[in-house]
Ligand binder design. Structure first.
Ligand code: PLP
Length: 230
């Protein structure tokens, strides 16, 4: 499991290098380890190498891991998968963040199911910047009304925007897509909505995301290697 510590260190170094290269503030980009399809042993190895933010996509898999890792209470769990309506209670009970809120009904249900004794659930609105039919997420024009609605819900806290763009192999196209999301965040701020988060950038495109202003990169295979199963 030394290789996990080593690849984490390598990714962290790259993040710091790209912050410098693109004139971003030092440590302004957080690393979320996307651990779907990765073993407990690998997650623990990452934890021991000081990783604390972990992202999961499948509720059953995530709950099983959380139960096994209950002696690691300072892990911050982020839900980054599709939110199914019938899963909102468990998601609201067990996660600190949900990156993938794509409609008002999901936002409402997460709010209603968030236990009152917990801090508000941090959420991002998922945006389908590349207009792919196969992907969930709202269109750019739907962000503001959904953001305004989220502001009325006391048990969720809108933090910003998230996207999973179409696979682009060249840096210029990747960056152009991410800049659309960065502009959308700025637009929300100009409407007086206090948001501070851009969740964008994965193993294959996080340099472009950092260039465009991301604040959370979600990296799986770049840390853990190939996923099992799914
Ligand atoms: C799996 C996943 C990632 C990580 O993808 P890699 O290519 O393995 O870095 C990031 N975000 C989401 C939403 C994912 O599902």
């Amino acid at each position: 499991m030394d290789d996990i510590a080593q690849s984490l260190r390598h990714i962290q170094e790259q993040i710091r290098d790209f912050e410098k290269k693109y004139h971003r503030k030092l440590n302004s980009v957080a690393l979320l380890a996307a651990s779907k399809g990765q073993s407990l042993e690998k997650i623990i190895a990452a934890y021991e190498a000081k990783q604390r933010l972990f992202g999961e996509n499948y509720l059953q898999e995530a709950l099983a891991k959380m139960a096994e890792l209950k002696n690691y209470p300072d892990i911050e769990w982020h839900y980054i998968g599709n939110v199914q309506r019938n899963k909102t209670r468990k998601i609201a009970e067990h996660f600190a963040w949900v990156h993938s809120v794509a409609d008002a009904q999901i936002a409402q249900r997460l709010n209603d199911h968030r236990p009152a004794q917990l801090a508000p659930l941090n959420i991002c609105i998922e945006v389908n910047v590349s207009h792919e039919a196969s992907k969930s997420g709202v269109n750019l024009s739907e962000i503001l009304p959904l953001a305004n609605f989220c502001q009325t819900l006391p048990h969720i806290r809108l933090r910003g925007l998230m996207t999973i763009p179409a696979l682009e192999n060249n840096f210029t196209d990747q960056r152009a897509t991410f800049e659309k999301l960065a502009l959308a965040l700025k637009d929300l701020q100009e409407h007086g909505i206090q948001v501070d988060t851009l969740s964008m950038g994965m193993s294959a495109d996080f340099e472009a995301a950092i260039a465009a202003g991301t604040t959370i990169v979600r990296i799986g295979t770049g840390i853990f290697g190939k996923r099992e199963g799914k």
